[in-house]
Write a protein that binds this ligand. Structure first.
Ligand code: KIV
Length: 448
């Protein structure tokens, strides 16, 4: 059989910005309030953001990315409010409060002004490092990008912030191209004298090691590796993290993090591959909300680690109190207005519903036949004990069990009659509700 999820998730090692005392512990960095809010139409009020931050703290996330303070006054206020909320909490488990900033002084100052009230403040600064982003978006040379990253990380530290995260945006687009170095004046391809351009053997992977090494020297404590456009496959993303771990000078002094977008539906798999390869922070959002197809979802990553960490992920574990997942999911659904699909893993309405006859029969004999997580583990109070949802594929056993749940002990011919009437109705109706069943059984045929 399947072993139960074992490791106690509430053993949380002491928080040291650039070091985790237990090498198997994975920090959960929640970015629902920043990347999540970047989902089209998901804007939330300050009060809603504060409610979500409180729920994230109940969940036990290690870091809350509360927003992007330089992007608007409203964002600044929300981040500041959340930072103040966690200023004086008398517990070692108080979350780090983080604000995003581009690599420029104004952004970094705004971010620090908003988060500095928190007991554990963090600035997260980023700059694009893929060729396409540097060339067309930033119009900067790779050398200029390295210099900017280095000086801005040092600037964030100089403000008094001891916890600085750096992200090389679009790091996942590694094999799209080679970096054009010599002859490129940073003005973009239109201005290139192609004869002067040499495509030199500095691959973008080596460039990554270089920029990451420089920001470590400048004082970064976490290096976050974003797959910004959700382009990598799990094997590639795992290899990217392993290569960074093996080749970046000074990497042993910092925490490696993942940030996986979901454009190919691979964000959870990529995140787990990254953690397996050595990342000890994972960036996630509740319900997987975020730009375009969203981010890796907190509930999927956390439950995968909880269910399979011991056997398949080298003993990794998190500090999440999973019984608060359902409440967090409902709150984010309500406040963001982004509805969860019924078959969404872990928190979808059908995640613990069993309709086919074979599955229902298995469930009635032993719950673990078709459930790898128990609903109670994520804080789900199932209104029907068995999780059985009757439909056209359901069998006689399931009908009997369901009727028992509803208080009707029916057997023999009565059950046979009820079953054939039920099948007739189920053939034409998508959902058979409890009321439908009560109506069927209340028919005079079944009256004593
Ligand atoms: O997707 C991305 O690259 C980001 C970074 C700012 C981490 O959101």
């Amino acid at each position: 059989g399947r072993p139960a999820a074992v490791r106690c998730s509430l053993l949380r090692p002491e928080y040291i910005p650039n070091h985790i005392p237990d090498p198997k512990y994975v920090r959960i960095f929640d970015t629902t309030l920043r990347d999540g809010e970047q989902s089209p139409g998901a804007t939330m009020t300050t009060k809603e953001k504060l409610d979500i931050a409180r729920q994230l703290a109940r969940l036990g996330v290690d870091i809350i990315e509360a927003g992007f303070p330089a992007s608007s006054d409203a964002d600044f206020e929300a981040v500041e409010l959340i930072a103040r909320e966690f200023a004086n909490v008398d517990s070692d488990h108080v979350p780090v409060i983080c604000g995003l900033a581009r690599c420029n002084k104004r952004d970094i100052e705004r971010s620090w002004a908003a988060v500095k009230h928190a007991r554990k403040p963090r600035i997260h600064t980023f700059i694009a490092t893929s060729e396409i982003h540097m060339q067309f978006k930033l119009k900067m040379t790779p050398e200029q990008v390295v210099e900017k990253a280095r000086t801005m990380v040092a600037y964030a530290r100089s403000l008094g912030c001891e916890d600085v995260e750096f992200s090389p945006e679009d790091a996942g687009s590694f094999n799209l191209n080679w970096i054009l170095v010599a002859g490129w004046d940073g003005l973009g391809v239109d201005h290139l004298d192609v004869h002067k351009v040499a495509i030199v053997a500095l691959s973008d992977r080596e460039f990554l090691y270089q920029i990451l090494g420089e920001v470590i020297k400048a004082g970064a404590t976490t290096l976050n590796i974003p797959d910004t456009v959700g382009y990598t496959l799990p094997s590639e993303f795992g290899q990217l993290i392993a290569d960074i771990k093996a080749n970046t000078p000074g990497i042993e002094k910092v925490i490696i993090s993942t940030h996986c977008q979901n454009d190919l539906g691979l964000s959870t798999a990529n995140t787990l591959a990254g953690a397996y390869a050595g990342a000890r922070q994972v960036e996630v959002t509740i319900n997987g909300i975020g730009e375009r197809a969203g981010n890796a979802s907190l509930e999927e990553v956390v439950m995968a680690i909880k269910c399979r960490g011991e056997q398949a992920l080298d003993g990794l574990y998190t500090g999440i109190n999973t019984q608060h997942i359902v409440m967090a999911s409902k709150m984010v659904e309500e406040y963001s207005g982004l509805r969860i699909q019924p078959h969404k893993a872990i928190v979808g309405a059908n995640a613990f519903a069993h309709e086919s006859g074979i599955h229902q029969d298995g469930m009635l004999k032993h719950k673990n036949t078709y459930e790898i997580i128990s609903p109670e583990d994520i804080g789900l109070l199932r209104s029907n004990e068995s999780g059985i949802v009757l439909g056209k594929l359901s069998g006689r056993h399931a009908l009997k069990a369901k009727m028992l749940e509803l208080g009707y002990d029916i057997d023999g011919k009565e059950l046979d009659d009820l079953f054939s009437r039920f099948k007739a109705v189920a053939g034409n109706k998508k959902n058979i509700s409890d009321d439908d069943l009560v109506a069927l059984v209340s028919d005079e045929v079944f009256q004593p």
